[in-house]
Design a protein around this ligand. Structure first.
Ligand code: CDP
Ligand code: CDP
Length: 220
């Protein structure tokens, strides 16, 4: 097996990408990059600046000048040096992120930062366009999926543990809306790369999904 691979995973919300990628990175001693956290940090920044997500010059300036770093294998996100990890997974950001993610000038800057982090290989990166746009030459690509009902259940359970007041119906609706926007946007939409291995985790435990991916990595 080639040393220090670049492994890329895309898929919709709640499919299990982050959990699988993080566990795999620990097992292989690779870097883990959650590209969604970059878009989330950028969204937080734009909300703090007044939240006008249609102001492309302002967004471009913010995207060009901000620095996003990860510590502790992705568990901590630093936005211009500030630990914002606990402020990124809120329903407010879930709603606002769509406008940020569809802005090509912002994507351009985020992709630059992702390629900088991944330039040496030995990385597992996940998101919506990492198999198609960010690392089109990745050594291994996966598309992680699950039914929308199962993904909503997972996300609802997560939000409940974090004390976020919501209902399963509301979470499912938000996931469906975000899927639709991620799949239909003009720039870098979510799609399955032709050479990606597709995994449906609907009826898989996390351990089964991790073992499946690990097996494919070892086979090469
Ligand atoms: O954790 P979850 O799957 O809900 O989302 P995430 O990976 O944190 O990504 C949040 C949002 O950021 C997505 O719904 C996309 O709109 C955007 N995103 C993107 O456009 N491109 C990426 N490579 C990663 C995320
Ligand atoms: O990154 P993505 O949004 O694709 O999903 P995730 O954050 O890895 O997973 C969402 C939630 O579903 C987490 O709480 C996982 O523990 C859980 N999960 C699960 O129960 N079974 C799986 N096979 C994968 C994830």
């Amino acid at each position: 097996m080639k040393e220090r691979l670049t492994i890329a995973m895309d898929g919709p919300a709640g499919s299990g990408k982050s959990t699988i990628a993080q566990r795999l990175a620990e097992k292989l001693d690779y870097l883990y990059l959650n590209s969604g956290s970059m878009y989330r940090a950028m969204t937080l920044l734009s909300i703090r600046e007044g939240g006008d997500s249609t102001n492309v010059p302002m967004l471009t300036k913010l995207a060009k000048s901000c620095r996003i770093d990860f510590l502790d294998n992705g568990k901590t996100t630093l936005l211009n040096g500030e630990d914002v990890s606990d402020s990124l997974r809120t329903p407010e950001i879930d709603r606002a992120i769509v406008d940020i993610a569809k802005t090509p000038e912002v994507r351009h800057e985020m992709v630059k930062q992702q390629r900088r982090i991944g330039e040496k290989g030995g990385i597992i990166v996940e998101g919506r366009d990492v198999t198609t746009v960010v690392f089109p030459d990745a050594d291994l690509k996966f598309y992680i999926n699950a039914s929308v009902e199962e993904r909503a259940k997972r996300r609802f359970a997560e939000q409940k543990t974090r004390g976020i007041e919501t209902t399963l119906e509301q979470v499912e609706k938000e996931i469906r809306d975000r899927d639709q926007m991620d799949e239909s946007r003009e720039h870098s939409p979510l799609r399955t790369a032709e050479d990606a291995i597709v995994i449906d985790t609907t009826s898989m435990t996390i351990n089964q999904a991790v073992d499946f991916v690990l097996n494919r990595v070892e086979v090469g």
